[in-house]
Design a protein around this ligand. Structure first.
Ligand code: TRP
Length: 352
């Protein structure tokens, strides 16, 4: 069986280091492994509109921002098909037929959607498009014969729902759709990075993010302002490592050669943590260490981003070429779906 990988990102804001470590880094690794028949990365603008109907400009502007982020992290349009969801009409068409295969009560049970509805305070004003976005996401996945969907833990229910729709479609109309599978990142640090304030996940509205596009001084300022251990007042005090944002980030970003390069008096993270817990290690020192590590990762990304940003037409051309390419596959699947359902009237009647 072919190995077809697809991932999607909602363009609602610039990407931050949480996206990088939780998703983008893996996508680039997959791309560079070359271990697939086809690799798609989709900018899910239509999905983003399901809770931004009155704010199209935000979504539109962020298509370019997120494309710049992805390309500067190493996504390569020669290896990856990078495209825009709304450029693929078949996705909307498929969604409409899949809607007949899902019940309202099933949609309401999706735990991620439930949580998102609560967070957004929709109550009685819940847009239908938002409730049904898992169906549209099933179209995204099945349109390309996707076998593997690399996603975060929160997206597992979407893949489960997609699998149910595939099963129902295939048993109702014949085996046309490919069964997808979710692949979730391995380590906890990668799955969920806390914000610089330690209060929860990084989020734009909380102002606790380090963006891929931040300049050197801004990154340093954010690192030096990170939440650590409020009881670690004097350098000599013993300090806590759990819930300490600096250590959470070190867990996620430290590389084998980081100590040798920036903090040679320690061999590894365990040694550094032990000293912090014992007392005698100050916050400034660990923050400067983290700053060095982050600057090393973000500098080349930022430089490439600045270069690409000079030529937005070129970036859009990449997205349009990717979309043309994606349309070919999606249209084929759409035809197969119509034939399986028996609504390919033009084929039926031209055969006579
Ligand atoms: N729902 C995903 C998110 O919020 C984005 C997405 C849209 C997606 N379509 C997809 C992810 C298809 C994987 C496959 O992150």
């Amino acid at each position: 069986m072919k190995k077809i990988i697809l991932s999607g990102i909602r363009p609602t804001g610039k990407l931050h280091v949480g996206h990088y470590i939780g998703a983008i880094k893996q996508l680039v690794e997959i791309q560079n492994s070359g271990d697939f028949d086809k690799f798609y990365v989709m900018l899910a603008d239509s999905q983003a509109l399901t809770d931004n109907a009155g704010n199209v400009q935000k979504v539109r502007d962020n298509i370019l921002e997120v494309a710049l982020d992805l390309l500067s992290c190493g996504l390569d349009p020669n290896k990856t098909c990078l495209f825009i969801q709304s450029e693929i009409p078949a996705l909307t068409e498929m969604t409409f037929y899949y809607m007949n295969l899902v019940t309202l009560s099933r949609l309401k049970r999706n735990p991620t959607v439930k949580e998102e509805i609560k967070l957004r305070g929709f109550e009685e004003s819940l847009p239908m498009g938002f409730l049904t976005y898992p169906i549209s996401q099933t179209a995204d996945i099945t349109a390309f014969g996707t076998t593997i969907v690399p996603v975060g833990e929160d997206q597992k229910p979407m893949i489960e729902q997609a699998r149910e729709i595939v099963r129902t479609f295939n048993s109702t109309y014949g085996k046309v759709l490919t069964m997808p599978e979710a692949v979730i990142p391995k380590t906890k640090a990668q799955a969920r990075l806390v914000g610089t304030d330690g209060k929860g996940k990084m989020s734009k509205s909380l102002g606790n993010c380090i963006y891929l596009s931040d300049d050197e001084a801004t990154i340093k300022q954010k690192v030096m302002g990170m939440f650590t251990d409020p009881d670690h007042i004097k350098v000599s005090d013993p300090g806590k490592v759990e819930g300490n944002v600096v250590f959470e980030y070190l867990n996620a970003f430290v590389k084998p050669d980081s100590f040798e390069k920036y903090l040679p008096e320690y061999k590894n993270l365990d040694e550094l943590k032990a000293h912090y817990q014992r007392g005698g290690l100050g916050d400034v020192k660990i923050k400067l260490f983290l700053n060095n590590i982050l600057q090393e990762i973000l500098r080349p990304i930022r430089e490439k981003r600045e270069e690409l940003a000079k030529n937005p037409e070129k970036v859009y051309q990449i997205l349009f070429d990717g979309s043309d390419n994606a349309n070919i596959e999606a249209n084929k699947t759409m035809q197969n779906i119509k034939s399986a359902m028996g609504i390919d009237y033009r084929n039926i009647y031209s055969k006579k």
